[in-house]
Ligand binder design. Structure first.
Ligand code: OXD
Ligand code: MN
Length: 634
């Protein structure tokens, strides 16, 4: 079947009558959709053949209706301990982002991926040619929604109408996905008003399980894991996702749109779409600094975005926990927005000690996916042992009886909470400011058990970009990887790059070539360094405010740093350690073992040469070479 979406414009009303005439519109008025949306819906209807369409308005009665249906069917269970909270157990084969089945399609391969060294398997994005992709699409989407309803979800990434925001429309046959999209994005008829007949990002999603079903449906979660494909068409601003209902595979506003497609839009329009939190820190003098920070998945971005500072007099407020869209304004200031409307956080490990503000955020109006359930109608996951009655009977995410102390996990390691950002007790009053917030510092980080100091500042912007390009971290449960290998995750964007990573680095470097931009300072942090016994050298969590305080001192130009081969390190004693429960081994925390760094620098060079090849900007290579030489001279 052809994928040509360009139905002749003049004939739209005729097309509507002819092609939708027989199809029930379960809710909404099709003719109120902008014509470009109508044409696309018609195209998708003809291809996917749903039994009805349902135009979503984001209202409460809509949510009530969908929740009622899902409860009746058994997809959701009410968690009666909280207000309007639900548990969803997925098919256990559909539990994480599937990077191996995520593709980007452009006519020219090298628009998507860099020139890797011969014989090397590229890990910075997967490309598939348009013809091949069309074959994949044609073998999946025709008839894929038979017997199901197609939900039409108009959504805004970013505050509706902000010049920094973008609009998408998702078509999906999953009402669980609809419920989550209503939390994670702004779904409203206002979106369509603002859209008018402008362009929007087209997001088509199907669980790939038409009726009558061909495959046993487990947990009332129809899916098609063998046939999963998540296809991006950046030039057409389009995403097509098939077979999975989980997280980033199906909530297409998030990783697919706000990172992969948006990074291409950002390149074209001169801004940045990044895998970053945005937070503000107000110091005891009342001075506020906004910081964005990029960490690979499951490194505690959500925890940092919402930390409860332990230093007296400091206040932290959260703008976003996962994605930042940042653009220099006409005064040269970098302004950032959180394009999302909710938090889709990893549940295991979250508790009142590690992230009390997240815990308070999801006490109502939230969905918990693949967590366990306590006999009194609460959620449970690894990390809640001290906050749960030890004798409580628990039903695991796999529906098995379980008690604290028994072997095995109660929740899936990638179990998630989905909750409205507006419920966060420390959400910033300006989190929806259409002008964004002014970003003064950008922080990169990762889980680095060895060698990497607690914090350092880059020498300048270009050096900061090099540091970002060398981000590495221990593997995560957010994707399908297992084990504790240290993996490269440049700019924390490895799974989310929308185009050739070498060109992406060049885009970042280009900001330093423009006059009159007030470039933020760039830092790198590592909360995860361990001693010879494997014990963390730094307490982390709320104590990380001490590191942010040093970052702010540097943003204010204070003389609290010394030069090292890898950047500026804190002068001894310039991180406030007052009142820490345990002494800190400063020398070990900041040591730069020569052989470790020689190896690490060479390994990074090799990685970039292998993976980015001739697309790697010379500047990045030169800076790494200088770093190697600096260690060599020590
Ligand atoms: C996420 C991720 O879900 O980075 O945010 O995987
Ligand atoms: Mn993320």
């Amino acid at each position: 079947m052809s994928d040509n979406e360009e139905e002749p414009f003049m004939e739209i009303h005729e097309i509507v009558t002819q092609k939708l005439g027989h199809l029930p519109v379960a809710k909404g008025d099709f003719r109120c959709l902008p014509q470009k949306v109508q044409r696309w819906v018609i195209h998708a209807v003809n291809m996917c053949q749903p039994r009805a369409i349902y135009i979503c308005d984001g209202s409460q009665p809509e949510a009530d209706e969908i929740i009622h249906k899902l409860l009746e069917r058994g997809t959701l269970t009410k968690l009666k301990k909280y207000e309007n909270c639900y548990l969803c157990r997925t098919d256990p084969t559909d539990v994480a982002r599937v990077e191996s089945k995520t593709w980007i399609t452009t006519p020219d391969k090298y628009d998507t991926v860099p020139h890797v060294r011969e014989g090397v398997k590229g890990i910075l994005g997967q490309w598939m040619g348009p013809k091949e992709m069309q074959t994949e699409i044609d073998s999946r989407f025709p008839g894929c929604m038979k017997g199901r309803t197609m939900y039409v979800i108009p959504f805004s990434m970013g505050p509706i109408g902000s010049p920094l925001s973008k609009i998408g429309v998702q078509l999906t046959d999953s009402n669980y996905v609809l419920l989550c999209m209503r939390i994670m994005t702004r779904v409203s008829p206002k979106v369509l008003e603002v859209l008018g007949n402008n362009e929007f990002v087209k997001c088509l999603h199907s669980m790939g399980c038409p009726r009558p079903v061909q495959r046993k449906v487990v947990n009332h979660w129809p899916c098609n894991p063998e046939r999963v494909i998540i296809a991006h068409f950046p030039e057409e601003r389009k995403v097509k996702s098939f077979g999975s209902g989980y997280g980033g595979n199906s909530l297409l506003g998030k990783k697919c749109f706000a990172l992969r497609i948006a990074s291409v839009i950002a390149r074209d329009e001169g801004w940045m779409a990044e895998h970053m939190l945005i937070m503000s820190v107000t110091d005891p003098r009342g001075k506020e600094t906004f910081i964005s920070a990029a960490f690979p998945s499951a490194c505690g971005k959500t925890n940092l975005a919402m930390i409860q500072p332990t230093l007296p007099g400091y206040k932290v407020q959260c703008v976003g926990d996962d994605i930042a869209w940042m653009r220099f304004n006409d005064k040269g200031e970098l302004r950032g927005i959180n394009p999302e409307n909710g938090f889709f956080g990893v549940a295991p490990g979250t508790n009142f000690k590690t992230n009390p503000n997240a815990m308070r955020t999801f006490q109502k109006n939230s969905i918990f996916t693949n967590v366990a359930e306590t006999a009194d109608g609460g959620y449970y996951w690894e990390g809640l042992e001290d906050e749960t009655d030890k004798n409580m009977s628990i039903t695991t995410w796999l529906n098995q009886e379980w008690r604290i102390g028994k072997p095995g996990n109660a929740a899936h390691p990638n179990a998630r909470f989905t909750c409205p950002a507006s419920q966060c007790p420390i959400i910033h009053p300006k989190w929806e400011d259409p002008a964004g917030v002014p970003i003064s510092a950008i922080i990169f980080g990762g889980r680095r058990p060895a060698g990497v100091p607690l914090v350092l500042e880059s020498f300048d912007w270009d050096h900061g970009v090099m540091i970002g390009a060398c981000v590495k971290s221990e593997a995560t449960a957010a994707a399908e990887h297992t084990g504790k290998k240290i993996m490269h995750d440049p700019m924390a964007m490895r799974p989310f790059m929308g185009y050739n990573f070498g060109k992406y680095l060049d885009h970042w470097l280009s900001f330093n070539r423009q006059p009159n931009l007030k470039l933020p300072k760039i830092f790198h942090v590592n909360w995860f360094r361990v001693d010879e016994h494997g014990k963390f050298l730094w307490p982390g969590f709320g104590e990380n405010i001490r590191v942010l305080d040093w970052v702010i001192q540097r943003c204010e130009g204070k003389d609290v740093a010394v030069k090292s081969p890898i950047g500026y390190l804190p002068k001894k004693g310039t991180i406030n350690l007052d009142g820490l429960p345990h002494p800190i081994n400063w020398d070990e925390l900041f040591s730069l073992p020569k052989h470790y760094w020689m190896d690490d620098t060479r390994e990074s060079m090799r990685f970039l040469e292998d993976q980015v090849g001739c697309d790697l900007p010379d500047k990045i290579y030169t800076l790494l070479k200088q770093q190697e030489e600096a260690f060599d001279k020590l």
